[in-house]
Write a protein that binds this ligand. Structure first.
Ligand code: NAD
Length: 427
């Protein structure tokens, strides 16, 4: 069993390559990114001392358009993780048919330990180190884990200082005031909801009262909870890095959000304002759950919305959900995929489920280049169509090749990337 995200990504690619009997000269080029950039970012800390952080930008494949992908701030960021995420971006953009390639960035940092000023200096430093290699027609960054619209705003400002003039299309996920798109803030979750609704239909479930557990309560997970709750799904468990809560009677996402905003633990949901780990009920209708327990709950739908390698050979057999909608990137290992497929779980893969984020990022860039802005309704209408059409295209390949949805999505994506590589004469 491998916990290396890039090894897992290559195993996923290989499955699709075999099915498609792909030209080996294309396969060879898809095994490595086109470019890996590693930079040192010196940051003056509030203490006056300089601390140097390591940053990455991986530009995986640009056959279908400029490299595109978020920037992650996390202490576990490493080159292989960024390579995997950049590869998945390539596959994701191709799955939903938007004219973009794949890239990803990351900085090894615990952003929770930095003051706002330090975070701003780090973000500006990242752009100063990389500005020559990015831009609207080269490589377009966006938010990912622990990066925010505010960080995108600082990065845009720094990029424009370095290059001169306005260049809003350099980065997406920006605040609305500097060229962001309506709907971008919750687009990853909204796209995930559109994909999940298709899966729920295929499984013949009634959305009303369908139970859902969500691991990760950040941008992706918390909006998913909110939207599903509004549609009548019953959110019974949510968690973040400190663990989570299970409530048999359902969780109000707005209340969970309030607890988090107040700096509390989600487990406090059961206890009201009084909260300490030793007071947490361990059983009963409302109780604290660990991230591991959450995955194995008896629910209809499981939504991993945190990090990689959560569903592995160690717990796949114990998963009870009928549908898994992967909002996180890479939450399931290839070995776990096989177990889940045999169990009949309908897994809607990351490169389809969470593609709403990059799709609205693409809309954001389109709006930036026209300097004309759409309403939220315009955005959601276009997003819904792309997500539903893409789900159907993946479903057809699943049926045609009798494979799981992930392999089917990879087949579709590799077909499209390979076609662009051929048409460019890269073989
Ligand atoms: P975020 O920083 O907003 O939230 C991350 C959440 O995960 C937080 O609630 C955090 O507490 C939780 N978390 C961290 N470590 C955890 C752990 N070990 N166990 C459980 N929870 C943990 O990040 P996000 O943007 O919501 O990203 C979440 C996932 O969605 C990532 O895999 C990311 O790559 C993917 N994704 C995000 C976007 C986007 O537009 N934001 C788009 C596509 C995919």
């Amino acid at each position: 069993m491998s916990q290396n995200a890039f090894t897992n990504a290559m195993a996923q690619l290989e499955k699709a390559v075999k099915i498609l009997n792909l030209d080996e000269n294309i396969f060879e080029q898809l095994k490595q990114p086109q470019r890996i950039l590693t930079v040192s970012i010196p940051v003056k800390m509030d203490s006056g001392k300089i601390k140097t952080f390591t940053g990455y930008r991986v530009q995986y494949n640009n056959a279908r358009g400029p490299f595109k992908g978020g920037i992650r701030y996390h202490w576990n960021v490493n080159e292989d993780e960024v390579k995997a995420l950049a590869f998945w971006m390539t596959m994701k953009c191709a799955t939903v048919g938007i004219p973009l390639g794949g890239g990803k960035g990351g900085v090894i940092v615990n952003p929770k330990e930095l003051s706002s000023g330090e975070l701003e200096r780090l973000s500006r430093g990242y752009v100063r180190a990389l500005y020559k290699y990015v831009g609207s027609d080269q490589d377009v960054p966006a938010p990912d884990v622990y990066t925010t619209p505010q960080i995108m705003g600082w990065m845009l400002d720094e990029f424009e200082k370095m290059t001169g003039g306005h260049a809003p299309g350099f980065i997406t996920g920006k605040p609305l005031s500097v060229g962001g798109s309506e709907g971008r803030g919750f687009s990853t979750a909204q796209g995930g909801v559109y994909a999940l609704e298709q899966a729920v239909q295929k499984k013949g479930l009634n959305p009303q009262g369908t139970t859902v557990a969500i691991q990760g309560f950040g941008n992706a997970g918390s909006h998913m909870a909110r939207i599903l709750n509004k549609k009548g799904y019953k959110i019974v468990a949510v968690s973040d890095s400190k663990g989570g809560v299970y409530n048999q009677d359902g969780i109000d996402p707005a209340k969970a959000e309030e607890i988090k905003k107040g700096g509390g633990m989600l487990g406090c949901y059961c206890l009201g304002s009084v909260c300490s780990l030793d007071k947490m009920p361990k059983d009963g209708k409302c109780r604290f759950v660990s991230n591991e327990e959450l995955l194995e709950l008896d629910v209809d739908v499981l939504v991993p919305a945190a990090l990689e390698n959560q569903i592995t050979v160690d717990n796949a057999e114990k998963i009870k959900a009928k549908i898994i909608a992967e909002l996180a990137n890479g939450p399931t290992t290839p070995e776990a995929d096989e177990i889940l497929f045999k169990k009949g779980v309908l897994l809607v893969p990351d490169i389809l489920t969470n593609a709403g984020g990059v799709t609205v990022s693409y809309f954001e860039q389109v709006q930036n280049s026209y300097n004309y802005y759409w309403t939220e309704n315009d955005v959601l209408e276009q997003l819904k169509k792309i997500m539903e059409d893409s789900f159907e295209a993946v479903w057809q390949r699943k049926e045609k090749y009798n494979v799981d949805m992930r392999t089917a999505a990879f087949v579709l994506a590799v077909e499209r990337v390979a076609q662009a590589m051929k048409d460019r004469g890269r073989v």
